[in-house]
Design a protein around this ligand. Structure first.
Ligand code: HDE
Length: 755
């Protein structure tokens, strides 16, 4: 960079801020690169910009790095300065009139520092405030030009850079990750025809059918306004009061109360565009489409008792998991599947595809796999990227269009609008993480924090003084699909929207027995927290329209009788669906085996060192994350005299943070373990949360002390509770790994739990 600095006589210190020499100003030129990074430059300038490409980074390279380079700053080797670039001699002491005197008003260094600090916070998102994000790319499997001209699907193998933010919905920015909630799954595609944001959730349906009800829904679920409780939880009166008066929410409630509401990881949940969208091809023909993201690691969730305990043990559980997986090179991957159907197909469905409380069963329209999403780089700076990223359903590109779903129509307004107050004005598209990699040229000007220095006198169109530029793109540009409509202007809903229960029933009937039990238990938990008996009853009367077993289970848990079912709003024939296996979480065990699964290996003085080392190496080689867990940090003397280093203590790394536990043999270690409630709790919780357990040699005797049964409640052997003789664990380790890849053994569960 010295050579670079020498080449820029007018402003050498700025060179440090440029990531690529090619982007640095030329000698004698202005130090501001002639790129479109902040938007608004003319098209000839854009051709020079390294931000512009064909959207295809070289394999393994993440193109979003390039687009952010202009603003990535690195302080290594740099002197401390003010924001005006003035070097600071003393960053410890304010300027005082005498060592014991008052601080001088002229201390511009202190004032700048405090002023900037005072304004460091921006408002959090009104919903989805808590989130975590990563960079990556989307790679198309094949050209989809038959159905869409959208740039990411132009040809097989094409890569489009993306930035993806996952989030909870109700909690504030500092709330816990593992609360029961829907999760946001928002993807920004930086295409060469502009940014396309697919702002989805991990649940394919929504609580309400019309944007008119969104503020009511959010007010109801957020902390109650008089006392500000509870945080990040739907288990309170106002939420259940509202939804029980909105029977259209029943289907989504079943999803939210299912294990989908408590994912194991952002890497193990699906994502859905929710609404019906349109795809439009170059000939202007359109089909309808639903977007599905499916994680290659499978769909896995927590169990409720565990999720609640993780909130205390590590409130950043999902954020850490995503960050660590990417840092460790286990890049999260999701396959994009499309459900494509025509308007004529849609007319024949017994539900309305514009109703966001309904899904299109995969049995009706199968998924067409079209590409994969790979998240391969963590952000450099949480605020600059994850916090300032602005997703918007209105950000679509040629080849994608909206449907008339009234929820989507409202969203098209809301996102841009909310960013204006959250990000301080209309220029948030210039914030680097939001700026398009394609050229931005228009006559929009000025406003708070404007970055672009638009050149020339022309800021209107048509013009002759600017040679007519920027000119309309014509057929190359975005054209709305000309859907013919001739209707009365009305406030109301189509009749099919009034069927509130058929798909809730479909979801319930598609679940495995364990999943059904979890749904009933979640309703019981939430409604137990509700204080108003009439609200509890109203919810059960909704559930009575879904399934009598569910209603009965919830009512029994609440100590009430099942009330009369809520009157139906629809008089149309009730659609009937065969169960859809795709709706069960257990349908997708995943393709990544034991990769990234966290395994606690207990160590204590006298433990079998050979076994610990061999098992640790074996798990590591298969991509799992084994950790040596002990009572205290430091070295532990194994039975063979070798030393094992404790990586984390039982106190700092409790059971809920691990996917499985191994307790090796150790005659000398056993007495300490038998006396240590941390160890016994660890074992109990691993058992209770249905996680694999491997016990070697004498460690088996811990089971009885911890009160853990060796067999399943029905008396059959527990395939996830594996024991072996000391020194003869090869087969047992293989069985353990199979159990670990399978995630959990719900056959252990009973209500109430026996452990
Ligand atoms: Fe959002 N939603 N939403 N939403 N939403 C926001 O925009 C809104 C809905 C979703 O990681 C807000 O930038 C309305 C459905 C995600 O930054 C806001 C309606 C789905 C994110 C907003 C909905 C979503 C948001 C708040 C009903 C799943 C986080 C901050 C008409 C398909 C994006 C912001 C991120 C964020 C409005 C319903 C997903 C206020 C009016 C349905 C993933 O604009």
């Amino acid at each position: 960079s010295q050579a670079l600095a020498a080449a820029i006589p007018n402003n050498p210190t700025k060179a440090g801020e440029y990531g690529e020499a090619a982007r640095a100003p030329q000698p004698g030129a202005t130090a501001q690169p002639a790129s479109n990074a902040a938007g608004g430059s003319t098209s000839t300038e854009i051709l020079d910009s390294p931000k512009v490409g064909n959207g295809q980074p070289a394999p393994g390279v993440n193109a979003t790095i390039g687009s952010l380079d202009r603003v990535r700053a690195d302080a290594s080797g740099q002197v401390l300065t003010t924001n005006q670039g003035v070097p600071i001699a003393d960053n410890q002491n304010s300027l005082k009139v005498g060592l014991r005197g008052p601080t001088a008003m002229e201390d511009f260094i202190l004032r700048e520092k405090l002023t900037h600090f005072d304004h460091e916070r921006i408002p959090e998102r009104v919903v989805h405030a808590r989130g975590s994000a990563a960079h990556g790319y989307f790679e198309a499997y094949e050209a989809l030009t038959d159905v869409t001209r959208a740039a990411p699907f132009a040809e097989a193998g094409k890569r489009t850079p993306v930035f993806v933010r996952f989030s909870t919905v109700a909690g504030e920015r500092g709330s816990s990750d593992t609360v029961r909630d829907a999760r946001g799954f928002a993807v920004k595609f930086y295409t060469e025809e502009g940014n396309w944001d697919l702002v989805g959730n991990n649940i394919p349906v929504f609580f309400i059918q019309d944007a008119m009800k969104f503020p009511d829904l959010v007010h109801a679920v957020k902390p109650e306004p008089h006392h500000g409780m509870p945080q990040a939880a739907s288990a309170h009166d106002t939420f259940w009061d509202f939804v029980s008066l909105m029977p259209e929410s029943t289907h989504m409630l079943l999803w939210a109360m299912s294990d989908r509401g408590i994912p194991r990881s952002y890497r193990t949940m699906q994502g859905f565009g929710v609404h019906t969208f349109r795809l439009v091809n170059a000939a202007g023909e359109s089909v309808f489409c639903k977007f599905h993201w499916t994680p290659l690691a499978g769909t896995h969730s927590l169990v409720w008792d565990e999720a609640a305990k993780i909130s205390g043990a590590d409130a950043d559980f999902h954020r850490r998991d995503l960050w660590e997986a990417i840092e460790g090179g286990s890049f999260p991957e999701y396959e994009l599947g499309l459900q494509i159907f025509t308007e004529t197909d849609a007319d024949a469905f017994d539900f309305d595809v514009l109703d966001a409380t309904k899904l299109v069963p995969e049995e009706l329209v199968p998924l067409r796999p079209v590409g994969k999403l790979v998240l391969n780089r963590n952000p450099d700076n949480f605020f600059a990227e994850t916090e300032q990223v602005a997703f918007c359903t209105a950000h679509i590109v040629p080849g994608i269009d909206f449907s008339n779903d009234p929820l989507l129509q409202g969203r098209i307004h809301s996102y841009l609008d909310t960013q204006i107050s959250r990000l301080g004005g209309a220029n948030f598209h210039e914030i680097p993480i939001n700026s398009s990699i394609s050229s931005v040229s228009n006559n929009q000007r000025d406003g708070m924090h404007r970055q672009t220095i638009n050149r020339g006198r022309v800021n209107y169109e048509p013009n002759s003084l600017g040679g007519g530029c920027p000119f309309q793109a014509g057929a190359k540009g975005f054209t709305s699909f000309p859907q013919p409509i001739a209707e009365d202007k009305v406030r109301g809903k189509p009749e099919l929207f009034a069927d509130h229960y058929s798909q809730a029933r479909l979801f319930w009937e598609s679940q495995t027995p364990a999943e059904k039990q979890h749904i009933a238990a979640a309703f019981r938990f939430e409604l137990t927290r509700v204080q108003t008996v009439a609200i509890r009853q109203r919810v059960v009367s909704m559930l009575a329209n879904v399934n009598p077993v569910l209603a009965e289970a919830v009512a029994a848990g609440l100590g009430i009788e099942v009330p009369e079912p809520m009157p139906l709003a629809s008089s149309l024939p009730i659609p009937e669906y065969a169960p859809s296996p795709a709706l069960s979480l257990l349908h997708r065990p995943g393709e990544t085996g034991i990769k990234t699964r966290k395994v606690a290996i207990l160590v204590a003085p006298g433990v079998d060192g050979d076994a610990v080392r061999a098992i640790h190496a074996d798990l590591l080689a298969e991509g799992a994350v084994p950790r040596l867990v002990g009572s205290m940090l430091g070295g532990v003397a194994a039975a063979d005299g070798s030393t094992l280093d404790v990586e984390i203590t039982l106190e700092a790394g409790p059971a809920v943070l691990y996917d499985a536990i191994i307790i090796p043999n150790g005659e000398a270690a056993l007495p300490a373990w038998l006396r240590d409630a941390h160890v016994l709790d660890f074992l109990r919780q691993q058992y209770r949360h249905c996680k694999p357990i491997l016990l070697l040699g004498e460690a088996v005797s811990l089971l009885a002390k911890a009160g853990v049964p060796e067999a399943l409640p029905d008396g059959s052997p527990d395939p996830s509770l594996i024991t072996a003789e000391a020194g003869e664990y090869t087969e047992a380790l293989a069985a353990f790994k199979t159990a670990l890849a399978g995630h959990r053994s719900f056959a252990r569960e009973s209500d109430p739990p026996v452990v």
